[in-house]
Design a protein around this ligand. Structure first.
Ligand code: PLP
Length: 352
């Protein structure tokens, strides 16, 4: 057994978690079948579970969030259609242009407002009239949380109602939907699952990652109507995402839904603890976190020192990423002692 102080505190991402012993046991115990024949009981159970939880008719288990968004966009849009999306949205900026490359679907990116939202009048102005000059605007894609920020629920309602009124479909990249729901539920004194369902209810399709804060090793789900999921199923096959005894992975996701949703609040509290611990350091501008992602800007003379700082942290057993803006993600495999170690290591760098 390794000494706790030798364990690396890995704050690079909430994707770095190891499956817990109990999750591994659930994976080993899972009944399996060939999911390409729709024969895997564990995949079928997960798909029913997440669809029901979020209030949709159907769901599809996919290997990654990227493939989930691709299946969604290509199921909502045809060649020559376009989707309205944020400049920083994962399904525009961070997926290799997949919708354009594989689907001939053009993005119409819009700048974000400081709170992560896309201005309603900007969305409205971006919707093209029916005219041979223009791509057909078919879809509004939002992301929640976006860069760790919870989109205000009133905004989500307004933006999706606007889209619906203009005949657009609405997709949510909810890779961290349960982090959003946790923050929203905390603010309202409400139930996390009820808030997840309320956010999801504003959309025609929702993608959720199990491999982020929920702590599963692999996998996402795309939720929507039966007819929409049938189309997405075909695209998943084309993308090479038809997996066989995938129940081994689906069982981890089911375990995560049952056991790791309520503990996301702990991750949010640890991000707060880290933010508090970094207050008042000359050279750091700390953005107070709403969920499990903390962003810290390097300022003044420290601005050019991120490489040095990250190397110093690594020497002290703490991992993070960033250039002028550092990102720290809290998750299942980080505890208060690890956060305090990170605070100590960062403080020691600025004292030197
Ligand atoms: C991680 C992430 C994805 C993609 O997930 P992968 O499984 O890494 O492909 C999509 N959207 C958002 C917002 C994400 O954070």
């Amino acid at each position: 057994m390794s000494h706790p102080s030798s364990k690396v505190v890995d704050l690079r991402s909430d994707t770095v978690t190891q499956p817990t012993e109990a999750m591994r046991a659930a994976m080993l115990a899972a009944p399996l079948g060939d999911d390409v024949f729709a024969d895997d009981p564990s995949v079928n159970a997960l798909q029913r579970q997440i669809a029901e939880l979020l209030g949709f008719e159907a769901a599809l288990f996919v290997p990654t969030g990227t493939q989930s968004n691709l299946c969604a966009i290509l199921s909502h849009c045809q060649r020559g259609d376009e989707y309205i999306v944020g400049q920083q949205a994962h399904c525009y900026r961070w997926e290799g242009g997949g919708a354009a490359v594989f689907g001939s679907v053009q993005p119409q990116p819009l700048d974000h407002q400081p709170d992560g939202t896309l201005a309603l009048d900007a969305i409205e102005a971006a919707i093209k009239p029916d005219d041979a000059h223009f791509a057909r605007t078919r879809l509004l894609a939002l992301e929640n949380t976006l860069g760790g920020k919870l989109l205000p629920f009133a905004y989500v309602e307004q933006a999706t109602q606007l889209a619906q009124g203009k005949g657009l479909a609405r997709h949510l990249d909810g890779a961290r939907l349960f982090n959003a729901a946790t923050a929203q539920a905390a603010a309202l004194g409400a139930d996390v699952r009820a808030e997840a369902r309320r956010i999801a209810g504003c959309f025609d399709s929702v993608s959720v990652c199990f491999s982020k804060g929920l702590g599963a090793p692999v996998g996402s789900a795309l939720c929507g109507s039966r007819e929409f999921i049938a189309r997405a199923h075909r695209i998943r096959k084309m993308a090479g995402g038809g997996m066989r005894q995938a129940g081994l992975l689906a069982a981890a996701a089911s375990y995560a839904l049952e056991n790791h949703v309520d503990r996301l609040a702990d991750d949010h509290a640890l991000a707060q603890r880290l933010a508090q611990g970094l207050q008042g350091i000359d050279g750091l501008q700390v953005e107070l976190p709403q969920t499990n992602l903390l962003f810290v800007d390097l300022t003044g003379a420290a601005r050019s020192r991120s490489g040095e700082l990250l190397a110093h942290l690594k020497e002290h057993g703490v991992l993070a990423t960033g250039l002028y803006r550092l990102r720290f993600a809290t998750h299942l495999d980080v505890d208060a002692a690890g956060i305090d170690r990170a605070i100590g290591a960062i403080r020691s760098f600025f004292r030197a």
